[in-house]
Design a protein around this ligand. Structure first.
Ligand code: ADP
Length: 744
């Protein structure tokens, strides 16, 4: 855009200059040619034409920034005005010429200009002094230029000036050097003037002899020149004037010598020559009138041209303004268009974003609605599921309270236990699921023995489901010969659910639990876990939904108890391990669930035998256990469970008591509650560890395991059991910890 405006401006400038140049017909000529032509026309008294050419040259020189030529041109113009007695204009143009002569360092022109200016200034009383300075300056410059002719000129002028003022001493100061400088080829006018002035000087200092000598010399030069046919009228007139002046001096000379006759004679001659000069002057005057007319006409022309120029400048300015306005208009429209285009693009983009956001919102809304329906469905089904066993618990308790017959008692108690177990399982499952969904479950890394873990699970589940009369086959790849490092608790949860289901949905059949080593690296195994049964199988229509949350809560088949959350939990736990579960099943034939998990190797191969020795059978020991719990019911429950298995138990109601008792009595293990008044389990453990580092201390708490495990281990506890607990696991944990100490 900038460039475009530049071009337009340049175009305007060029055309504008061309308009001006077209006024002159001499566009193609060089400036130098103009100057020469103007000078020639001046010599031919064609002042008007000379001025016209000079002005045309002026425009050209200005356009080319040619200062040197500008100096010369203004000099010609000034001279034209000076000849035509327009001193004001002459002065102005000489001054302009001087400025350009200075800037272009044209010393010769500068010298001449000082002389010319001095000539114009000395004509008038007010500017005379300045004129004298200019003469002196011209003389100085001429000396520097070593130009004799140019040196003589101001000297003569100064001499003439001082003589006219009757300051003869000052006059001689300049006339003497002029006399020294004059030479053969100096012009006759110069010679005439110098002689005439010297004559006047010597007359005034009363050196009559020398005076007459110089006057006669001047008369002789003048007389000769008045008859010279080559001289123009103006020059002849000047020589007649010089002659008249010389005769006047000569008359004065004789008058001073009291030769009045001769004085009269020369005075007569003086007048005759004045008249002759005047005759020529008349002619000149006549010419001048002509010239004046010519110059006036030129002036007129100039004025007209200037007003035309102004008009055209105004026109150009108008034109320029219109163009600029047009450009501005175009620019504004362009900017408007661009912004409209940008707006459009932005609108489209925003629209796209809006559509995308809308889509996201709709899907979020749908998900929220889905979640909300599932949640309400869940609440209604869970509450139904809770209500059913609770109803059983209340009913059975009432029956028991009514003191039934002894043989019914154990039947009721069994049902009561069943309802209690179911309630616990449901609550555990729901909690587990909600924890996974809110990303609260993180995988732990503990070392464990896979074989004993699976065998433990099978043992405990098998006892529960004895009525189904199934045979469980465990086949663990021999390649897995080290303990593993990983989250054994989550693996147990997965396997308990899958093996539990297999045992539940199979009658008089077989369950196979396989662990195959798919890949083995230096530090890890990739294992495939398979749980297969030859039970009832899953109908095709159900296969899609069995892993869904809550989907199975409404179990149409009331024959099988279960929360319907097991597989949902399994799938999520396997996802946590960055893997997935697959299922193949045929109705009536059986089902197979399998998944792959990677585990790091925990210990070196030879250590496995020692670990295997840990697998102590349940219920075979008689150890002394300290139960630390502030809740009386819990104290009784734990004590009775332990006693049944042959353990000896002591009870401490808080941390302080526990410390005291441990200091005086020997125990094999401590079961420590965490939340207790006065001193909590963690603080108590810290103190115990200061005097007893070896005794196994197991946290027994209702606090969620993930929250407490790290804290418990940090203060020196050995393990954590979460209430309510599975009795099998409870004893396994106790035994594992006791045997560790015993074996150490
Ligand atoms: P549930 O508590 O009902 O067992 P799960 O989520 O563990 O809940 O199982 C969902 C449903 O999938 C079960 O109710 C059952 O219908 C079906 N199912 C799971 N495992 C098996 C299996 N091994 N054989 C047949 N059906 C199974």
């Amino acid at each position: 855009m900038k460039n475009f405006i530049k071009h337009i401006t340049l175009l305007l400038l060029v055309s504008f200059t061309q308009i001006l140049q077209s006024q002159s017909s001499l566009i193609s000529d060089s400036i130098q040619t103009y100057i020469e032509k103007a000078e020639k026309l001046q010599e031919e008294y064609k002042y008007g034409q000379s001025l016209e050419i000079a002005k045309a040259a002026l425009q050209n020189a200005k356009y080319n920034n040619d200062d040197k030529s500008l100096g010369y041109i203004y000099n010609i113009i000034a001279k034209n005005y000076e000849i035509n007695e327009n001193d004001k204009k002459a002065r102005g143009n000489y001054r302009k010429a001087l400025t350009y002569a200075r800037s272009s360092k044209s010393k010769v022109l500068e010298t001449d200009l000082y002389n010319s200016l001095a000539r114009v200034y000395t004509k008038h009383n007010l500017t005379r002094a300045k004129g004298v300075t200019y003469y002196k300056q011209s003389y100085e410059y001429a000396i520097k230029l070593n130009d004799t002719a140019r040196m003589i000129r101001p000297l003569l002028n100064l001499g003439e000036y001082y003589i006219s003022r009757s300051d003869f001493d000052s006059a001689y100061e300049y006339l003497a050097p002029a006399r020294e400088l004059i030479y053969e080829n100096s012009s006759n006018l110069v010679k005439t003037k110098l002689s005439g002035l010297l004559g006047k000087y010597f007359l005034n200092i009363r050196d009559y002899e020398k005076a007459e000598e110089y006057i006669d010399e001047a008369i002789s030069y003048s007389l000769g020149e008045t008859k010279n046919k080559n001289n123009n009228d103006e020059l002849i007139s000047t020589y007649f004037e010089e002659l008249a002046s010389s005769y006047e001096t000569k008359s004065e000379l004789y008058r001073k010598q009291q030769d009045y006759q001769k004085a009269y004679y020369y005075q007569k001659r003086q007048f005759q020559n004045i008249l002759k000069a005047k005759d020529f002057k008349k002619l000149i005057e006549l010419q001048r009138a002509n010239i004046k007319y010519e110059v006036d006409q030129y002036e007129e022309k100039i004025k007209k041209a200037e007003s035309e120029k102004k008009e055209s400048v105004a026109k150009v300015a108008k034109w320029k303004i219109s163009i600029i306005l047009g450009i501005i208009l175009i620019l504004i429209s362009l900017a408007f268009l661009i912004s409209a285009y940008k707006n459009n693009i932005q609108k489209k983009r925003l629209n796209g974003v809006l559509i995308e956001k809308n889509r996201e919102l709709i899907s979020a809304k749908e998900t929220a609605e889905q979640v909300s329906t599932l949640k309400s469905q869940f609440i209604s089904t869970v509450s139904h599921e809770l209500r059913t066993p609770l109803y059983g618990v209340i009913g059975l308790t009432s029956l028991l309270m009514e003191n039934p017959e002894e043989k019914k008692k154990s039947e009721y108690l069994e049902s009561l236990k069943f309802s209690g177990d179911y309630l616990l399982a449901l609550i555990n499952d729901v909690l587990q699921l909600s924890k996974i969904e809110t990303n609260e479950v993180t995988l732990e890394k503990v070392s464990f023995d896979l074989r004993s873990l699976i065998e433990g699970i099978v043992n405990s589940l098998h006892t529960k489901q004895k009525s189904n009369n199934n045979t469980v086959h465990i086949d663990i790849d021999k390649k897995i010969n080290t303990t593993l490092l990983g989250d054994s608790v989550r693996l147990s949860q997965i396997l308990i659910n899958l093996i539990g289901n297999a045992l539940k949905f199979t009658k008089d059949g077989n369950i196979w639990v396989y662990v195959k080593c798919l890949d083995q690296k230096e530090d890890k195994y990739v294992l495939r876990f398979i749980v297969r049964d030859d039970g009832i199988g899953i109908p095709k229509s159900k296969q899609q939904s069995i892993f869904d949350n809550f989907a199975q809560v409404k179990n149409e088949n009331q024959e099988y108890e279960g929360t319907g959350l097991g597989l949902a939990i399994v799938k999520k736990l396997i996802h946590l391990h960055k893997s997935d579960i697959k299922m193949e099943s045929k109705e009536g034939k059986g089902s197979e669930f399998y998944f792959d998990l990677s585990y790091e190797k925990a210990v070196k191969e030879q250590e496995i035998s020692l670990q295997a020795g840990e697998n102590i059978s349940v219920g075979t020991s008689n150890f002394n256990v300290l139960i630390v719990d502030d809740n009386k019911i819990n104290q009784i429950v734990t004590k009775n469970i332990l006693k049944k298995k042959g353990y000896t138990c002591n009870i401490a109601s808080n941390g302080m008591d526990a410390i005291k008792m441990l200091k005086v009595e020997k125990f094999d293990l401590v079961l420590m509650d965490i939340n207790m008044p006065e001193m909590n389990g963690l603080e108590a453990t810290k103190v115990i560890r200061t005097f007893n580092t070896h005794i196994p201390i197991i946290a027994l708490t209702a606090v969620e395991e993930g929250e407490i495990r790290n804290q418990a281990l940090a203060v020196g506890m050995n393990d954590v059991i979460i209430k309510p607990y599975d009795t099998q696991q409870f004893f396994q944990t106790i035994m594992r910890n006791i045997s560790k100490v015993k074996m150490a």
